[in-house]
Design a protein around this ligand. Structure first.
Ligand code: GSH
Length: 228
C-alpha cells in the first residue's frame, strides 16, 4: 500500500513533510483529496485527534504532527537522499539535534507563526485586520531569537552542526511565510541567519512546495466570484 498524506500541499505544516519527502527522494505517495470539514470528520480525527493536518497512513501505520512525521520519514528512508537526522548510535549528535529542534519549537515557531496568523490567516478567515501592536511584539520576540541564532550560526553552518538537518528544515514554512507577509528584510540584520535561511530556501526540496500565498489568492478570487 502507498504512503498516504492527509493534508493540503500548500499548508505550512504539510509543506514541512513534503520538503522532507523531496529531500529523501520519495515520490511514491498519495494525497487523498480533503474537502471542507474533512479535518473534523471521525475518520480524520482517528488519524489526528485535534482535527488538524497533516497526518499520514503508511500501510496502516498512522502518525500525525508534522515534525514527528518528518522524523519518522527521515529514519524510514535513512539510506536514501539527504541524511537529515543523526545515526542511531550517535548519542551526542542526537542530543545536539534534538536541542536544535527544541530551539525551533520553543523560540522561533511561536512568534513566526503568530506573525503569519495576524498578517494572513486571521484576515483570510474573516477574523478582522491584523493587530499591528501584536505584530510588533511578535516581531520583537522573533528578533530576540534571530540574535541568538546569528551567534550560533557564526560558528557552524547549521543549527545542529555543519550539516543540514531536520532542525533547519523545520524553520522553512513559517520562516519563509513571515517574510512574505510583509517582512522581506526580516533576516537582513543578521548576516549568519540570512546566509543560513537563504541556503535553506535555495534547496531543490523547498522549491517543490507550492505557495500558500498563491493558494489563498486563488481561493480569494473564487470567493469573490461566488459572491457576484
Ligand atoms: N503541530 C501541528 C500543527 C498542525 C496545524 O495547526 N495544522 C494547521 C495547518 S498548518 C491546520 O490543520 N489548520 C486547520 C485548523 O486548525 O482547523 C503539526 O505540526 O502538525
Amino acid at each position: 500500500m502507498t504512503l498516504k498524506i492527509y493534508g493540503i500541499p500548500e499548508s505550512t505544516c504539510t509543506s514541512r513533510v513534503l520538503t522532507v519527502l523531496a529531500e529523501k527522494g520519495v515520490t511514491d505517495y498519495e494525497f487523498p483529496p480533503m474537502g471542507k470539514g474533512d479535518m473534523k470528520a471521525p475518520e480524520h480525527l482517528a488519524r489526528q485527534p485535534f482535527g488538524k493536518i497533516p497526518a499520514i497512513d503508511d500501510d496502516g501505520f498512522v502518525l500525525c504532527e508534522s515534525r514527528a512525521i518528518c522524523k519518522y520519514l527521515a529514519k524510514k528512508y535513512a539510506n536514501q537522499g539527504t541524511k537529515l537526522i543523526p545515526d542511531d548510535g550517535d548519542v551526542k549528535g542526537y542530543g545536539i539535534f534534538e536541542q536544535a529542534c527544541s530551539y525551533e519549537m520553543s523560540y522561533f515557531n511561536p512568534p513566526a507563526e503568530s506573525i503569519c496568523f495576524e498578517k494572513l490567516f486571521k484576515q483570510f478567515h474573516g477574523k478582522g485586520p491584523a493587530d499591528e501592536q501584536l505584530v510588533t511584539q511578535y516581531k520583537s520576540k522573533l528578533e530576540d531569537t534571530l540574535k541568538v541564532y546569528d551567534g550560533i550560526l557564526a560558528k557552524q553552518a547549521y543549527l545542529a552542526g555543519d550539516e543540514v538537518s531536520l532542525a533547519d528544515l523545520f524553520h522553512l514554512p513559517y520562516g519563509h511565510l513571515a517574510k512574505e507577509v510583509g517582512f522581506q528584510d526580516l533576516y537582513d540584520p543578521y548576516p549568519n541567519v540570512k546566509r543560513w535561511f537563504e541556503s535553506l530556501e535555495a534547496r531543490e526540496s523547498w522549491k517543490t512546495v507550492p505557495s500558500i500565498i498563491a493558494l489563498f489568492a486563488r481561493m480569494g478570487q473564487a470567493q469573490e466570484q461566488a459572491a457576484k
